[in-house]
Design a protein around this ligand. Sequence first.
Ligand SMILES: [Zn+2]
Ligand SMILES: [Zn+2]
Length: 204
Amino acid sequence: MKRKEKILEILKEKQEITAKELSNIFNVSEMTIYREIKELEKAGLIKRKHGAILLNTEKEKEVVKVPNCPICEKPITRAHPYKITVENQTIETCCEHCGLMMHKQLEDKEVTALTYDFITENPISALNAYYVVGSSAIPCCSPSVIPFASKEDAEKFKKGFGGEVMTFIEAYNEIVNKMHINMKSCCSNEPVVFTIKDLKEKHS
Ligand SMILES: [Zn+2]
Ligand SMILES: [Zn+2]
């Protein structure tokens, strides 16, 4: 381990330390320690306070915690997740599939919803978008629901990847009915139980 890494390890244990103590531990001059301390400080890893050296914990706090989808609990990683606004609160879901499932939970509430064209990433009111449902392209949950601003673009996509072009309410009915029968199968991380024998029989 390099000395700089060791200094960080020591700080994790001890919370704070002085350059003099470090120079004793490593048996090097305080000047050498100061040089390394300066580099660590520049990198934002440590800070100095009243002559003591401390870990820079603010740096750790900056790490953005990825919120999870309220429907399937997957982390939301897309730049533009599906957004539903209800009573001044915005709920984000991992994808349009889970967005439609969320609409089911908010059935009698007044909502607005925003989606983003799959190709251009331009925002569209979810109600006005066209969706390719159940294509072979599955960027997130299955059956996938992929939004487009224009019907022509959705049809073009369908030509390449299959599925059906649907309006908002058609897509909603399709997903909610399918998932009602087969709840959580879309995004469950649980292992699927199978035997090779069964699979072979199904494919023969
Ligand atoms: Zn989800
Ligand atoms: Zn999803």
